[in-house]
Design a protein around this ligand. Sequence first.
Ligand code: ADP
Length: 427
Amino acid sequence: MRRANPGFPTGPAAVLVTTLVLAAAATAVSGLSWWSFGVVLGGQLITLAWLAVAMKATNRDSKNAPLPSRDQTQKRRRLMAQLHDVRDAAGALPDAVVLLDARGNVRWFNAAATRLLGLRERHPEGSLTRRLAGSELGAWLQTDMAEPATDMPAPADPSLRLSVTIMPFGAHLRLLLARDISTLTRLEQVRRDFVANVSHELRTPLTVIHGYLELLDPADVPELAPVLGEMRMQSQRMRQIVEDLLTLSRLETREALPDEEVAMVPLLETLRREAEALSRGRHHITVDASSQARLRGSTHHLHSAFSNLVSNAVRYTPSGGQIVIGWRQTVDGEAVFSVRDSGLGISAEHLVRLTERFYRVSSSRSRESGGTGLGLSIVKHVLNLHQGRLVIESEPGRGSTFSCMLDASRVLPPASDGIGRGESSPA
Ligand code: ADP
């Protein structure tokens, strides 16, 4: 059996593969996204097409002419040397590159594809899906590949993690690119463990300190009363930060949340009562529910995410402002939970970064209002685990609307017994 040549094919294929490899190398070295690969690829294709034409012309010339001139021989040698250089570059490329034909058969692959995907022999008739059968990547190739394969085990070595992309190439070809992201994944895990461990370790001492501070009566030491008040407030803030960090850590390690039937109408009422308690009569708070639908998701986590948005609306809206808690469905059947306020608003440059941990528009304002800077990050994680998204519209001085968009597949009809609508159930 002919062993695969992870080096290079010959003839016109060489030009094609050279192009791909150069582009992939440029992408890998420069750290650009795989989308940039297409742009680099275009440039490389033109250059190498020119090289191929030049070589063909040289060949034709040499066939017709009885003896090649010294000039032509040198030109040919130069072109061959360039192709050899590219072949060496292909060998050194750390990412797996596999060229597939219209039927998914492997046309060419590089050495990294052997190391990461386990491709060894070149069977023109063997489809990649069949060769990778039994692996997670093989299963992904059998889907419509709409979901990106951002983190999956390498078929040749499950201890390695891969990020895989497939892109159309030429008339009917496709290019599979697999990047080893094991180091990145490991670092990410170390970061997650560190935050979770630190938060966990801080929890007990903070509880003890807070407990003793609660025991001290300011009336017994009137001269220290303001200090005691401040200490209690700060220790409570620290406890809240630790709790939020632990919540985030737990959410990060979850791949899915329980699928329960969430009765939205009673939940909206609960959220309104919570907002009233926090506002203490300073705002005008209403519920605007044009839908009676329920949701499929985790009651606990959705409640926590929605109440974060409601609490923000109260904290960032000055006294006398309006807050509307909304529940509706779009024409596409998507469900939208929203919180609209007439508060401070947020300028456009902050909007994209708002869900980052500890990102605040104004640190002092957030601290004054008792914020931890982690609320919107929790909201985003909870929505991600429900395949939803957060849309933020805001204008400084006019207010903000935070909308949680949930796919139609998560929408359930109102409960037939009326419980989901907030009506009393029949006796
Ligand atoms: P925090 O605990 O600081 O409120 P969040 O993650 O909940 O943290 O929010 C991040 C930042 O977004 C806040 O510090 C605040 O500046 C801004 N923000 C959130 N909600 C609102 C809102 N309804 N109106 C104005 N600004 C808001």
